[in-house]
Design a protein around this ligand. Structure first.
Ligand code: COI
Length: 371
């Protein structure tokens, strides 16, 4: 569904009259975890068939009043994004490749038959929110402000003959420490063999809530088997590795100057991660050969047994780069390398964070200054 040509993105600014005092904010930020502490403001905009985008606002963070019959509650017409704001040494607050997130928000909207939010409005919304809540952007190493833009269907009615004719866009912001409980560490993963995340022609490549809601059953199985994340396999054979619960996967073959990197190809059922894309470029910059391809459960297991696969890591905006230390499944368990973070994983994580935090050059112009 294409937005009408007319849209009004002159955001009305309504600052909070009751922001969290600095001392309380400092307390909240001592142990922020991930996605638990929200800032003082949010951005919202409405869309209707008649008026296109309108009523754009920056306003105090708070609950929405929504009719219980809104379509989003019943049919899950919803999309979201995730990106981060970083405080660089010396002061500037930046974000990373926001246009890539804006573009993916558009492709998710198309798949979910929702209106497209223009890329410049997406980026402007982020800029306004971060600028208003800049005191919330942490200055501790590796901490950032996680930004969560999303859009929901607001039409009141239970019919499913058409997509909703009205929507609400919003962006909220939350402190991001470590995504995983207990700080960054190698995670163990569970191979899902009786559920799937996505199938060809489905919504797997869209960032829509249902992909995650439908994945919790696999995540629960992973937790029951002592693993932190579920690995999703392809829908037809349950054999080809696709991605983790909320992250893409990378495999390192070989070591030293002959190390090469491989990640499952975007077949249409995987999420095209911005971090995934950035790492393919970054690895090539560092002289590491990269490939997008297919890897089976047997390839993974045998590769680890023979020593051909030396490292595996997961990547995403929220969790950045997280080493995978061990694999479990109904067919057996195996370790990856010595179970700790390997040198290629470390090198890529340091480079990516180095660019985001301004300690490394940014040859691709990925860093976007906000204030
Ligand atoms: C992200 O990495 O931004 C994600 O969307 C993963 C998850 C928190 C849903």
């Amino acid at each position: 569904m294409t937005a009408p040509a007319s849209h009004d993105f002159s955001f009305a600014i309504h600052p909070s009259s009751d922001p969290v005092p600095a001392a309380r904010r400092a307390e909240l930020l001592a142990e922020p975890g991930f996605g638990r502490v929200f800032t003082d403001h949010m951005v919202t905009a409405a869309w209707t068939k008649e008026d296109g985008w309108h009523d754009a606002q920056l306003r105090p963070y708070g609950p929405f009043a929504l009719d219980p019959a809104c379509q989003v509650f019943h049919y899950g017409q919803e999309i979201f994004e995730g990106l981060k704001a970083y405080r660089q040494a010396g002061g500037p607050i930046v974000t990373f490749r926001p246009m890539a997130n804006a573009a993916r928000f558009i492709s998710s909207a198309r798949r979910m038959a929702m209106p497209e939010l223009p890329e410049d409005a997406f980026v402007h919304a982020i800029e306004l929110l971060v600028t208003q809540d800049r005191e919330w952007v942490p200055n501790q190493p590796e901490r950032s402000l996680y930004l969560r833009p999303f859009m929901i269907a607001t039409h009141v009615g239970l019919g499913v003959s058409r997509p909703s004719p009205s929507y609400l866009f919003a962006a909220i912001a939350s402190q991001a420490g470590s995504y995983f409980h207990g700080g960054p560490h190698p995670v163990s993963v569970w191979l899902a063999d009786d559920y799937i995340r996505a199938a060809p022609g489905g919504t797997g490549a869209a960032k829509t809530g249902g992909n995650y809601g439908g994945g919790f059953v696999g995540q629960l199985q992973a937790l029951d088997h002592g693993c932190e994340q579920v690995v999703w396999l392809d829908s037809a054979e349950h054999w080809w590795v696709e991605e983790l619960g909320g992250m893409n996967l990378f495999f390192v073959f070989g070591s030293g100057s002959s190390a090469r990197l491989m990640t499952p190809a975007l077949t249409g059922s995987l999420l095209p991660g911005v971090t995934r894309d950035s790492l393919l470029t970054l690895a090539a910059d560092l002289g590491i050969q990269t490939a997008e391809g297919a890897i089976s459960v047997a390839d993974w297991r045998e590769g680890c047994a023979s020593g051909g696969i030396t490292e595996v890591f997961a990547c995403g905006t929220a969790a950045t780069i997280t080493p995978v230390g061990a694999v479990r499944g109904t067919g057996g368990d195996w370790p990856i390398g010595d179970g700790t973070e390997g040198p290629v994983t470390r090198q890529l994580r340091e480079h990516l964070l180095g660019i985001q935090f301004g300690q490394f050059p940014d040859p691709h112009g990925w860093v976007h200054k906000i204030c």
